[in-house]
Design a protein around this ligand. Sequence first.
Ligand SMILES: [Zn+2]
Length: 400
Amino acid sequence: MKVSLLALILTFFLPLWSPPKSTYSISGTHYSDNKPVLIEFEKGKISKITPFKKAGGVPKLFVAPGLIDIQINGFVGVDFSGPNLTVEDVRKVTKALWKEGVTSYFPTVITQDISIIKKNLAILAKAKDDPEIGMSIPGFHLEGPYISPIKGFRGAHLEKYIKKPNWKEFIELQKAANNHIKLITLAPELEGAIPFIENCVKIGLVVSLGHHNGSVSDIQNAVKAGARMATHLGNGCANQINRHHNPLWPQLSEDLIKISIIADGFHLTKEEVRSFYKVKGSHNTILVSDALDLAGLPPGEYIRGERKLLLTPEVVKFPGENVLAGAASPISKCVEVMMNYTQCSIAEAIRMACSNPAEMFSLNHLGSIRAGKRADLILFSRMGNKIEIQKTFVNGKQVY
Ligand SMILES: [Zn+2]
Protein backbone atom coordinates (compact mmCIF):
# COMPACT_ATOMS: atom_id res chain seq x y z
CA MET A 1 0.00 0.00 0.00
CA LYS A 2 2.77 2.38 1.05
CA VAL A 3 4.81 1.64 -2.07
CA SER A 4 1.92 2.21 -4.44
CA LEU A 5 1.11 5.54 -2.74
CA LEU A 6 4.71 6.65 -3.23
CA ALA A 7 4.57 5.56 -6.86
CA LEU A 8 1.37 7.55 -7.30
CA ILE A 9 3.01 10.69 -5.87
CA LEU A 10 6.11 10.26 -8.03
CA THR A 11 4.08 9.64 -11.18
CA PHE A 12 1.54 12.42 -10.89
CA PHE A 13 2.80 15.13 -8.59
CA LEU A 14 6.58 15.32 -9.07
CA PRO A 15 6.33 16.69 -12.65
CA LEU A 16 4.18 19.52 -11.26
CA TRP A 17 6.80 20.58 -8.71
CA SER A 18 9.42 23.10 -9.69
CA PRO A 19 12.29 24.39 -7.57
CA PRO A 20 11.84 27.84 -5.98
CA LYS A 21 12.46 30.57 -8.52
CA SER A 22 15.84 32.25 -8.10
CA THR A 23 15.75 34.69 -11.01
CA TYR A 24 13.20 37.48 -11.30
CA SER A 25 12.74 40.09 -13.94
CA ILE A 26 10.87 43.32 -14.45
CA SER A 27 10.46 45.48 -17.49
CA GLY A 28 10.08 49.23 -17.71
CA THR A 29 11.12 52.33 -19.52
CA HIS A 30 14.57 53.28 -18.23
CA TYR A 31 14.33 56.59 -16.36
CA SER A 32 17.48 58.04 -17.85
CA ASP A 33 17.26 57.27 -21.57
CA ASN A 34 13.59 56.37 -22.11
CA LYS A 35 14.53 53.00 -23.60
CA PRO A 36 12.52 49.91 -22.67
CA VAL A 37 14.62 47.49 -20.64
CA LEU A 38 14.32 44.08 -19.09
CA ILE A 39 16.08 43.93 -15.72
CA GLU A 40 16.84 40.51 -14.30
CA PHE A 41 17.88 39.93 -10.73
CA GLU A 42 19.19 37.00 -8.81
CA LYS A 43 19.78 36.64 -5.07
CA GLY A 44 18.89 40.28 -4.55
CA LYS A 45 21.30 41.67 -7.10
CA ILE A 46 20.77 42.96 -10.62
CA SER A 47 22.21 40.27 -12.88
CA LYS A 48 21.37 41.40 -16.39
CA ILE A 49 19.93 44.41 -18.21
CA THR A 50 18.83 43.90 -21.79
CA PRO A 51 16.70 45.85 -24.27
CA PHE A 52 13.06 44.90 -23.84
CA LYS A 53 11.52 43.68 -27.05
CA LYS A 54 7.92 42.65 -27.16
CA ALA A 55 5.22 42.96 -29.76
CA GLY A 56 2.58 45.40 -28.61
CA GLY A 57 4.73 48.35 -27.63
CA VAL A 58 6.80 49.70 -24.79
CA PRO A 59 6.23 49.10 -21.05
CA LYS A 60 3.84 51.58 -19.46
CA LEU A 61 5.85 52.10 -16.30
CA PHE A 62 9.21 53.76 -15.80
CA VAL A 63 11.95 52.06 -13.86
CA ALA A 64 14.58 53.79 -11.70
CA PRO A 65 16.81 52.95 -8.75
CA GLY A 66 15.07 53.35 -5.38
CA LEU A 67 15.24 56.78 -3.76
CA ILE A 68 17.61 57.48 -0.86
CA ASP A 69 16.64 60.09 1.75
CA ILE A 70 19.47 61.08 4.10
CA GLN A 71 17.39 63.45 6.21
CA ILE A 72 14.04 62.35 7.54
CA ASN A 73 12.90 63.03 11.09
CA GLY A 74 10.00 60.61 11.08
CA PHE A 75 6.91 59.63 9.14
CA VAL A 76 3.32 58.43 9.66
CA GLY A 77 3.27 59.70 13.24
CA VAL A 78 6.60 58.20 14.31
CA ASP A 79 9.25 60.65 15.52
CA PHE A 80 12.84 59.33 15.52
CA SER A 81 13.62 61.88 18.25
CA GLY A 82 10.53 61.17 20.32
CA PRO A 83 10.70 59.72 23.83
CA ASN A 84 8.80 56.50 23.09
CA LEU A 85 10.41 55.21 19.88
CA THR A 86 10.32 51.44 19.29
CA VAL A 87 11.67 49.08 16.63
CA GLU A 88 8.06 48.45 15.56
CA ASP A 89 7.70 52.21 14.94
CA VAL A 90 10.75 52.11 12.70
CA ARG A 91 9.18 49.18 10.83
CA LYS A 92 6.02 51.21 10.31
CA VAL A 93 8.03 54.11 8.88
CA THR A 94 10.13 51.88 6.63
CA LYS A 95 7.07 50.19 5.13
CA ALA A 96 5.35 53.55 4.59
CA LEU A 97 8.47 54.89 2.89
CA TRP A 98 8.63 51.89 0.55
CA LYS A 99 5.24 53.01 -0.75
CA GLU A 100 6.79 56.38 -1.53
CA GLY A 101 9.66 54.82 -3.48
CA VAL A 102 12.25 55.28 -0.72
CA THR A 103 14.35 52.12 -0.54
CA SER A 104 17.03 53.50 1.78
CA TYR A 105 17.00 56.28 4.34
CA PHE A 106 18.94 57.77 7.23
CA PRO A 107 16.64 58.12 10.24
CA THR A 108 17.52 61.57 11.55
CA VAL A 109 17.76 62.21 15.28
CA ILE A 110 17.76 65.89 16.17
CA THR A 111 18.67 67.98 19.22
CA GLN A 112 17.07 66.42 22.29
CA ASP A 113 17.89 65.47 25.83
CA ILE A 114 21.14 63.54 25.36
CA SER A 115 19.77 60.43 27.12
CA ILE A 116 16.87 60.27 24.64
CA ILE A 117 19.22 60.73 21.68
CA LYS A 118 21.30 57.85 23.03
CA LYS A 119 18.32 55.61 23.68
CA ASN A 120 16.84 56.27 20.24
CA LEU A 121 20.14 55.62 18.46
CA ALA A 122 20.28 52.24 20.23
CA ILE A 123 16.72 51.47 19.05
CA LEU A 124 17.64 52.47 15.50
CA ALA A 125 20.69 50.19 15.71
CA LYS A 126 18.35 47.33 16.63
CA ALA A 127 16.08 48.23 13.70
CA LYS A 128 19.11 48.19 11.41
CA ASP A 129 19.75 44.58 12.48
CA ASP A 130 16.16 43.58 11.72
CA PRO A 131 16.07 41.15 8.77
CA GLU A 132 12.92 42.72 7.30
CA ILE A 133 13.75 46.43 7.37
CA GLY A 134 17.46 46.73 8.18
CA MET A 135 18.50 46.74 4.53
CA SER A 136 16.68 50.03 4.04
CA ILE A 137 18.63 51.76 6.82
CA PRO A 138 22.25 52.20 5.73
CA GLY A 139 23.04 54.68 8.50
CA PHE A 140 21.78 57.44 10.77
CA HIS A 141 21.94 61.21 10.61
CA LEU A 142 22.59 63.12 13.83
CA GLU A 143 21.43 66.71 13.37
CA GLY A 144 22.54 68.58 16.46
CA PRO A 145 22.85 68.99 19.39
CA TYR A 146 26.10 70.79 18.44
CA ILE A 147 24.47 73.62 16.49
CA SER A 148 23.95 77.36 16.84
CA PRO A 149 21.77 78.30 19.83
CA ILE A 150 20.83 81.60 18.15
CA LYS A 151 17.18 82.12 17.22
CA GLY A 152 16.60 81.68 13.51
CA PHE A 153 19.77 79.65 12.97
CA ARG A 154 18.67 76.97 15.44
CA GLY A 155 15.37 76.61 13.55
CA ALA A 156 12.95 74.33 15.38
CA HIS A 157 15.68 72.79 17.58
CA LEU A 158 15.06 73.36 21.28
CA GLU A 159 17.57 75.80 22.71
CA LYS A 160 17.81 74.11 26.10
CA TYR A 161 19.35 70.96 24.59
CA ILE A 162 21.84 72.69 22.25
CA LYS A 163 25.47 72.37 23.33
CA LYS A 164 29.09 72.72 22.31
CA PRO A 165 30.72 69.80 20.50
CA ASN A 166 31.88 67.19 22.98
CA TRP A 167 33.90 64.34 21.52
CA LYS A 168 33.62 62.07 24.55
CA GLU A 169 29.85 62.47 24.54
CA PHE A 170 29.66 61.87 20.79
CA ILE A 171 31.68 58.66 21.08
CA GLU A 172 29.11 57.42 23.59
CA LEU A 173 26.32 58.22 21.14
CA GLN A 174 28.18 56.49 18.33
CA LYS A 175 28.66 53.46 20.56
CA ALA A 176 24.94 53.39 21.34
CA ALA A 177 24.31 53.63 17.59
CA ASN A 178 26.58 50.63 17.04
CA ASN A 179 28.77 52.91 14.86
CA HIS A 180 25.95 53.61 12.42
CA ILE A 181 25.95 57.42 12.63
CA LYS A 182 27.23 58.22 9.14
CA LEU A 183 26.30 61.89 8.92
CA ILE A 184 26.48 64.67 11.48
CA THR A 185 25.16 68.20 11.05
CA LEU A 186 26.88 70.80 13.23
CA ALA A 187 27.81 74.47 13.46
CA PRO A 188 31.47 75.22 12.62
CA GLU A 189 31.67 78.44 14.66
CA LEU A 190 31.15 76.69 18.00
CA GLU A 191 34.05 76.37 20.42
CA GLY A 192 35.89 73.13 19.70
CA ALA A 193 34.06 72.45 16.42
CA ILE A 194 37.14 72.24 14.20
CA PRO A 195 39.03 69.51 16.11
CA PHE A 196 35.65 67.76 16.54
CA ILE A 197 35.19 67.76 12.73
CA GLU A 198 38.70 66.37 12.28
CA ASN A 199 37.90 63.54 14.70
CA CYS A 200 34.62 62.76 12.89
CA VAL A 201 36.37 62.62 9.53
CA LYS A 202 39.06 60.33 10.97
CA ILE A 203 36.42 57.75 11.90
CA GLY A 204 34.71 58.00 8.52
CA LEU A 205 31.75 60.30 9.13
CA VAL A 206 30.47 62.83 6.65
CA VAL A 207 30.37 66.21 8.37
CA SER A 208 27.78 68.66 7.17
CA LEU A 209 27.43 72.31 8.19
CA GLY A 210 23.95 73.32 9.22
CA HIS A 211 21.94 75.45 11.63
CA HIS A 212 24.94 77.75 11.86
CA ASN A 213 26.06 81.32 11.45
CA GLY A 214 29.65 80.52 10.51
CA SER A 215 31.88 83.22 9.07
CA VAL A 216 33.96 82.75 5.93
CA SER A 217 36.93 81.64 8.02
CA ASP A 218 34.80 79.28 10.16
CA ILE A 219 33.54 77.62 6.99
CA GLN A 220 36.99 77.51 5.38
CA ASN A 221 38.48 75.98 8.53
CA ALA A 222 35.67 73.41 8.64
CA VAL A 223 36.35 72.46 5.03
CA LYS A 224 40.08 72.19 5.78
CA ALA A 225 39.15 69.88 8.67
CA GLY A 226 37.15 67.73 6.23
CA ALA A 227 33.55 69.02 6.26
CA ARG A 228 32.03 68.29 2.86
CA MET A 229 28.37 69.19 2.98
CA ALA A 230 25.88 71.93 3.84
CA THR A 231 22.63 70.72 5.39
CA HIS A 232 19.36 72.01 3.88
CA LEU A 233 20.99 75.15 2.50
CA GLY A 234 18.78 78.21 2.84
CA ASN A 235 16.95 76.77 5.85
CA GLY A 236 18.21 76.71 9.43
CA CYS A 237 19.19 80.32 8.79
CA ALA A 238 17.84 83.56 10.30
CA ASN A 239 15.42 85.65 8.26
CA GLN A 240 17.61 88.73 8.56
CA ILE A 241 21.22 88.32 7.50
CA ASN A 242 23.95 90.62 6.20
CA ARG A 243 23.79 90.72 2.42
CA HIS A 244 27.58 90.42 2.07
CA HIS A 245 28.61 88.44 5.11
CA ASN A 246 26.36 85.47 5.74
CA PRO A 247 26.77 81.67 5.73
CA LEU A 248 25.17 81.20 2.29
CA TRP A 249 27.81 82.70 -0.01
CA PRO A 250 30.88 80.88 1.37
CA GLN A 251 29.05 77.53 1.22
CA LEU A 252 27.82 78.19 -2.30
CA SER A 253 31.20 79.36 -3.54
CA GLU A 254 33.21 76.54 -1.94
CA ASP A 255 33.71 73.77 -4.51
CA LEU A 256 34.37 71.12 -1.86
CA ILE A 257 30.91 71.56 -0.35
CA LYS A 258 27.93 69.67 -1.67
CA ILE A 259 24.54 70.91 -0.59
CA SER A 260 21.36 69.27 0.53
CA ILE A 261 18.12 71.14 -0.10
CA ILE A 262 14.47 70.74 0.87
CA ALA A 263 12.83 71.25 -2.51
CA ASP A 264 9.28 70.59 -1.31
CA GLY A 265 7.88 73.76 -2.87
CA PHE A 266 7.64 75.55 0.50
CA HIS A 267 10.99 75.58 2.30
CA LEU A 268 12.78 77.42 -0.49
CA THR A 269 11.49 79.77 -3.16
CA LYS A 270 11.69 78.74 -6.77
CA GLU A 271 14.40 81.37 -7.29
CA GLU A 272 16.48 80.00 -4.40
CA VAL A 273 16.23 76.45 -5.73
CA ARG A 274 17.14 77.59 -9.25
CA SER A 275 20.09 79.67 -8.02
CA PHE A 276 21.47 76.94 -5.76
CA TYR A 277 21.06 74.41 -8.56
CA LYS A 278 22.82 76.64 -11.09
CA VAL A 279 25.77 77.11 -8.76
CA LYS A 280 26.17 73.51 -7.57
CA GLY A 281 24.76 71.55 -10.49
CA SER A 282 23.04 68.19 -10.31
CA HIS A 283 26.32 66.48 -9.32
CA ASN A 284 26.76 68.52 -6.11
CA THR A 285 23.15 68.75 -4.97
CA ILE A 286 21.34 66.22 -2.78
CA LEU A 287 17.59 66.30 -2.29
CA VAL A 288 16.26 65.57 1.19
CA SER A 289 12.71 65.46 2.47
CA ASP A 290 13.52 66.58 6.06
CA ALA A 291 10.00 65.29 6.67
CA LEU A 292 8.53 65.53 10.17
CA ASP A 293 6.75 62.71 11.94
CA LEU A 294 3.40 64.19 10.85
CA ALA A 295 4.22 63.53 7.19
CA GLY A 296 2.03 60.77 5.81
CA LEU A 297 -0.83 61.44 8.26
CA PRO A 298 -4.22 62.97 7.34
CA PRO A 299 -4.22 66.81 7.32
CA GLY A 300 -5.45 68.49 10.51
CA GLU A 301 -4.32 69.93 13.83
CA TYR A 302 -1.94 67.93 15.99
CA ILE A 303 -0.46 68.50 19.42
CA ARG A 304 3.27 67.80 19.72
CA GLY A 305 4.69 68.34 23.18
CA GLU A 306 3.55 71.81 24.17
CA ARG A 307 3.02 72.93 20.60
CA LYS A 308 0.00 72.90 18.36
CA LEU A 309 0.82 72.11 14.73
CA LEU A 310 -1.26 72.32 11.58
CA LEU A 311 -0.65 69.69 8.93
CA THR A 312 -1.80 70.80 5.47
CA PRO A 313 -1.56 68.43 2.50
CA GLU A 314 1.81 70.00 1.69
CA VAL A 315 3.53 71.22 4.81
CA VAL A 316 3.45 71.60 8.62
CA LYS A 317 2.71 75.07 10.06
CA PHE A 318 2.35 76.73 13.43
CA PRO A 319 -1.33 77.70 13.12
CA GLY A 320 -1.11 80.80 15.35
CA GLU A 321 1.71 82.50 13.48
CA ASN A 322 0.99 80.80 10.14
CA VAL A 323 4.72 80.07 9.70
CA LEU A 324 6.42 76.88 8.55
CA ALA A 325 7.09 74.28 11.24
CA GLY A 326 8.54 71.60 9.00
CA ALA A 327 8.28 69.48 5.87
CA ALA A 328 5.55 66.97 5.18
CA SER A 329 6.42 65.64 1.73
CA PRO A 330 8.30 62.49 0.88
CA ILE A 331 11.40 62.87 -1.27
CA SER A 332 9.50 61.80 -4.42
CA LYS A 333 7.64 65.13 -4.19
CA CYS A 334 11.00 66.94 -4.10
CA VAL A 335 11.97 65.12 -7.32
CA GLU A 336 8.84 66.58 -8.96
CA VAL A 337 9.41 70.09 -7.59
CA MET A 338 13.02 70.01 -8.75
CA MET A 339 11.91 69.22 -12.31
CA ASN A 340 9.22 71.91 -12.17
CA TYR A 341 11.49 74.61 -10.75
CA THR A 342 14.70 74.00 -12.68
CA GLN A 343 13.50 72.14 -15.79
CA CYS A 344 16.12 69.51 -15.04
CA SER A 345 15.54 66.07 -16.52
CA ILE A 346 14.11 63.23 -14.48
CA ALA A 347 17.53 61.55 -14.77
CA GLU A 348 19.12 64.54 -13.03
CA ALA A 349 16.37 64.81 -10.40
CA ILE A 350 16.73 61.12 -9.53
CA ARG A 351 20.50 61.48 -9.49
CA MET A 352 20.06 64.11 -6.76
CA ALA A 353 17.67 61.88 -4.78
CA CYS A 354 19.55 58.62 -5.21
CA SER A 355 22.92 58.39 -6.97
CA ASN A 356 24.48 61.42 -5.24
CA PRO A 357 23.66 60.33 -1.68
CA ALA A 358 24.80 56.78 -2.54
CA GLU A 359 28.10 58.19 -3.77
CA MET A 360 28.53 60.60 -0.86
CA PHE A 361 28.17 57.81 1.68
CA SER A 362 30.05 55.17 -0.34
CA LEU A 363 26.92 53.02 -0.62
CA ASN A 364 28.52 51.40 -3.63
CA HIS A 365 25.88 48.66 -3.86
CA LEU A 366 23.14 51.27 -4.37
CA GLY A 367 22.36 54.30 -6.48
CA SER A 368 22.03 53.07 -10.05
CA ILE A 369 20.69 50.35 -12.30
CA ARG A 370 23.76 48.29 -13.11
CA ALA A 371 24.62 44.62 -13.02
CA GLY A 372 25.99 43.75 -9.58
CA LYS A 373 24.09 46.52 -7.75
CA ARG A 374 21.46 45.59 -5.19
CA ALA A 375 18.07 45.25 -6.87
CA ASP A 376 16.52 48.30 -5.18
CA LEU A 377 14.17 49.50 -7.87
CA ILE A 378 11.02 51.52 -8.31
CA LEU A 379 8.41 51.30 -11.02
CA PHE A 380 6.39 54.45 -11.50
CA SER A 381 3.91 56.10 -13.82
CA ARG A 382 4.53 59.59 -15.07
CA MET A 383 2.21 62.42 -16.08
CA GLY A 384 4.48 65.28 -17.05
CA ASN A 385 6.59 65.90 -13.96
CA LYS A 386 4.15 64.12 -11.67
CA ILE A 387 5.34 60.68 -10.65
CA GLU A 388 3.37 57.96 -8.95
CA ILE A 389 5.12 54.99 -7.40
CA GLN A 390 3.52 51.70 -8.47
CA LYS A 391 5.95 49.06 -7.23
CA THR A 392 9.03 49.05 -5.03
CA PHE A 393 11.72 46.37 -4.78
CA VAL A 394 14.36 46.10 -2.07
CA ASN A 395 17.13 43.55 -2.43
CA GLY A 396 15.20 41.97 -5.31
CA LYS A 397 12.04 41.51 -3.23
CA GLN A 398 8.85 43.32 -3.98
CA VAL A 399 7.99 45.31 -0.86
CA TYR A 400 5.22 47.42 -2.36
ZN1 LIG B 1 17.42 71.17 10.26
